[in-house]
Design a protein around this ligand. Structure first.
Ligand SMILES: *[C@@H]1O[C@H](CO)[C@@H](O)[C@H](O)[C@H]1NC(C)=O
Ligand SMILES: *[C@@H]1O[C@H](CO)[C@@H](O)[C@H](O)[C@H]1NC(C)=O
Ligand SMILES: *[C@@H]1O[C@H](CO)[C@@H](O)[C@H](O)[C@H]1NC(C)=O
Ligand SMILES: *[C@@H]1O[C@H](CO)[C@@H](O)[C@H](O)[C@H]1NC(C)=O
Length: 384
């Protein structure tokens, strides 16, 4: 496994971390199970796009595709975008000086489209495509990258800023650090509230391996009464994904969102510190939510948004199907892509698909056609 060798010296960007940890657990799973899976198939990762059938065919509320041609036009993408200045995306991302040592190693070059990437480039390319999609879907929004002050990151893009936060960014601690960084960021916002109380900035904390494909300002416009939003899916053990957390920008909501995250951090540190590195925060989120007396977890079975007070915080639960869409891994059920999907999450070994999708979109093409590309390719495992 070339990709493992010395990687910890190399890079601590979240997307790559996700791939590696995911690969590790998939491998452990198969090692421990009695299933006979041909080794060649199991580890097959493609270095080019593989287009399979588009799931959800014939379902009226799902995107219908002919190859990479969408038969439905949602038109949602341009409805109000361009107007909303009130949203800032926040992500945690860091790259280290030591990672720049081996970048010219030929064996680690990867080609996507007409560009060649080493490991650091790949991680940076994911970050740049993350920003590209945001700037198409919500051109007036901003992006803040929370990073390690020791990191060697430089990003020169309009409406994008770096915000260094002192902390522990080692592989073991990264998810813990991420929640800490979110809390510290919210604290600084409480200390610097806008002069004009009507000039409010909402925050959306996300993984950097997502594509925003529609205006997310509508969450805040349509649902005036929540403090913090999470995305849920129909999964008993892990109903909540930590890759998308929206926070309303009023002082009260920022404070309550911060208190909620502090509770999650407390539970993470006390109960799940030894859980797998990636899952700790999701398990802690679920624990905090389910600790509410009489919380009805059956609501996670249906992809319909709902709100619930957890402690003093009003939490809006948004379906992953729209706000954190990712095709299921392996043989899970797969009912296609909702027509009004807003966020696509390129989890695990789908980072190549994220870059290819951007290239396809900017070739130029329509967002819906690109969604057909993603729908048809999303179950394939790629080489990074
Ligand atoms: C999507 O397109 C298909 C094929 O043209 C059509 O049958 C279906 O009604 C469309 N769905 C919507 C919601 O427009
Ligand atoms: C290929 O390179 C050219 C010039 O550098 C660039 O304009 C174009 O967008 C690239 N195409 C793809 C698919 O990346
Ligand atoms: C609103 O607040 C942001 C940041 O707090 C500031 O950059 C911007 O200039 C303000 N806009 C108006 C219209 O006051
Ligand atoms: C985590 O593991 C360490 C070492 O194995 C152990 O000392 C500690 O008590 C564990 N913590 C929790 C909360 O289980």
């Amino acid at each position: 496994m070339k990709v493992f060798s010395g990687w910890h010296r190399f890079i601590f960007g979240l997307p790559l971390l996700f791939i590696l940890i995911h690969m590790y657990y998939v491998m452990e799973f198969y090692k421990n199970s009695k299933m006979e899976v041909p080794h060649s198939q199991l580890n097959k990762k493609f270095e080019h796009l593989v287009l399979g059938p588009a799931a959800g065919q014939g379902l009226s509320n799902r995107l219908q595709c002919q190859g990479t041609k969408a038969l439905n036009r949602s038109g949602a993408s341009n409805s109000r975008s361009g107007l909303d200045e009130s949203v800032t995306f926040v992500t945690v991302f860091t790259i280290y000086k030591s990672s720049l040592d081996n970048v010219d190693d030929k064996s680690s070059k990867t080609v996507v489209g007409n560009a060649s990437y080493n490991k650091v480039d790949r991680s940076m390319a994911v970050l740049n495509v993350f920003i590209n999609f945001i700037q198409v879907a919500m051109p007036r929004s901003k992006v803040v990258i929370l990073t390690d002050p020791a990191s060697d990151l430089s990003v020169h893009r309009n409406r994008v800023s770096l915000y260094p936060i002192q902390g522990e960014y080692s592989r073991d601690k990264l998810m813990l650090q991420r929640i800490r960084s979110y809390i510290i960021f919210l604290e600084t916002k409480l200390q610097n509230l806008p002069q004009n109380p009507r000039n409010i900035t909402h925050y959306i904390f996300t993984d950097s391996d997502i594509a925003v494909v529609d205006d997310l300002g509508q969450i805040f416009r349509d649902r005036p009464n929540f403090d913090l939003a999470l995305t849920f899916r129909n999964n008993k053990a892990q109903p909540l994904n930590s890759g998308f957390i929206a926070v309303k920008g009023t002082p009260d909501s920022i404070l309550r969102a911060k208190l909620f995250l502090q509770e999650v951090l407390k539970i993470y540190s006390s109960k799940y510190i030894n859980a797998s590195r990636m899952l700790g925060d999701q398990l802690a989120l679920a624990w905090v939510v389910k600790s509410k007396p009489h919380f009805d977890a059956r609501r996670f079975a249906k992809p319909l948004a709902f709100a619930e007070d957890i402690g003093d915080t009003s939490v809006l639960f948004l379906p992953c199907a729209l706000y954190n869409w990712t095709p299921p891994e392996g043989a899970g059920q797969f009912h296609g892509m909702p027509l009004d999907v807003k966020v696509v999450h390129f989890k695990g070994s789908r980072k190549r698909l994220m870059l290819e999708s951007w290239n396809f979109y900017s070739s130029p093409s329509e967002i819906e056609d690109m969604l057909c590309l993603i729908l048809g390719s999303g179950r394939t495992k790629y080489d990074f």
